[in-house]
Design a protein around this ligand. Structure first.
Ligand code: HAM
Length: 416
């Protein structure tokens, strides 16, 4: 029996990698402009780190983590918790008052796989530690908007505020009262959530529950003065930077560490999985994990969802495996010469390849074509003797005779 990859785990094939690289290159470029530095983090962490930061009652921690139970370690379901752990462990607050960090890598959640939802997926994760300014929230969202615009992907931005430990408990009580009267019409998940985290009932995707909470009190109308001022600052910051957004009073997010601003970049082109990027502010998280009193905000973009969107928008990636020159050697001597020549060409910066076995010209030209080579150089005994050979443009079929030395071949390829 053939062994296949696990359900929800995907190979990223060479033609996909071309798109991934395009995404990463543009992301690196935008991130440099916003003064971000990269950090690379381990995939395994203590289970407790996720339980404490994401929240023990969340779906992620309750149902979706890949945990080695006997060792009490877990494959990260997201990057924020790990990044906070690293920030605290390396006292990164003393190096710079404001740290702008990003990380890229795989995350693991045992969810039901569907289009845009995997069990191993990849995130581009951005975190800024050390500023409580509402300007930062707006700036971070402008980064997301710029990234999507430069990738040519259409998304819309939705924002909300979840209040803070000062004002949220009162809102939570109000919401509970509202939910209480409608309890019998809610799904089983929501009935359970109404006990553990009633705000999450607002986030349920089931049409029946949505209908029930349509007129639920809005968190935005029950913020304390500090949170309301902060949210006002975020909105005017977005206006100042020309970032379009809409309010979504139902946006709750599935992680418990958020306070005040939350936001999502959404699309209607990926079916049920509408969020391409999402995040929010988490002041208090670092302190709760035993670190200094440093505020923070961040968001993460799902790379698979981004790649799906790029594909759907018809943007063809450049071929990653394209080469400059395929050298075809006819006969044992020419093939031997080609073997050294290809090495020399690579050493001189050209992307070159050949057939390591001695095959017919027809078969080698077929290979040159499949390799996506721009040019082919054909060498037989006669060419070896004269020291000159034909270089063929694989696109136009035009040919040019060149001396068989590295510099001449390189110039001939590069001048076109
Ligand atoms: P999240 O909303 O759980 O937030 O995930 C962020 C993004 O990761 C989603 O918008 C989506 O694009 C992608 N994503 C999540 N789950 C899957 C999945 N199963 N398959 C494919 N893509 C997925 C967080 O993870 C927070 N740590 C974001 C954050 C950073 N908040 C503050 N800083």
């Amino acid at each position: 029996m053939k062994i296949k990859a696990l359900n929800g785990f995907k190979d990223i094939l060479p033609e996909d990698v071309a798109v991934w690289r395009q995404v990463e290159t543009i992301a690196h470029d935008v991130l440099e402009r916003y003064h971000f530095a990269e950090i690379r983090l381990p995939i395994l962490e203590k289970t407790e780190l996720f339980a404490r930061s994401i929240g023990a009652d969340t779906d992620i921690v309750e149902k979706e983590m890949y945990t080695f139970v006997d060792k009490e370690i877990t494959m990260r379901p997201e990057a924020t918790a790990s990044l906070m752990r690293a920030y605290i462990q390396h006292s990164m607050n003393s190096a710079r008052p404001v740290q702008r960090l990003f990380t890229i890598g795989p995350m693991f959640r045992h969810e039901r796989p569907q289009k845009g939802r995997l069990r191993q997926f990849h995130q581009l994760d951005f975190e800024v530690l050390g500023s409580a300014s509402a300007r930062l929230d707006a700036e971070l969202m402008s980064l997301g908007a710029m990234l999507f615009a430069e990738l040519g992907v259409e998304t819309s931005l939705e924002i909300n505020s979840l209040g803070c430990p000062e004002c949220r408990p009162a809102y939570r009580r109000l919401l509970l009262e509202f939910i209480h009267d409608r309890m019998e019409h809610l799904c089983d998940d929501c009935k359970r959530r109404s006990v553990t985290n009633p705000l999450r009932v607002l986030d349920c995707k089931k049409p029946g529950c949505r209908q029930q909470v349509e007129d639920a009190p809005s968190v935005l109308e029950h913020l304390c003065t500090v949170c309301a001022d902060h949210f006002g600052g975020v909105r005017s910051g977005l206006d100042q930077l020309g970032v379009a957004y809409s309010l979504n009073k139902f946006m709750v997010r599935g992680l418990d560490y958020y306070v005040r601003t939350t936001f999502e970049f959404i699309t209607d082109r990926l079916g049920a999985q509408s969020a391409v990027g999402a995040g929010g502010r988490y002041d208090g998280l670092i302190e709760m994990l035993g670190g200094p009193k440093v505020p923070g905000i961040g968001f993460a973009v799902g790379i698979e969802r981004l790649v799906l969107l790029l594909r759907e928008s018809g943007q063809e990636p450049v071929r990653a495996d394209e080469i400059d020159l395929f050298v075809a050697g006819l006969g044992a001597n020419a093939s031997d010469f080609a073997f050294s020549l290809v090495h020399g060409l690579r050493n001189n910066g050209l992307r070159a390849d050949m057939d390591l076995e001695v095959k017919s010209l027809k078969s080698q030209m077929k290979q040159a074509d499949k390799a996506g080579s721009r040019f082919a150089l054909i060498i037989g005994d006669q060419e070896l003797e004269s020291g000159r050979a034909m270089i063929r443009d694989m696109g136009t079929g035009e040919q040019e005779e060149v001396d068989l030395d590295l510099e001449t071949i390189r110039r001939s390829v590069e001048k076109r």
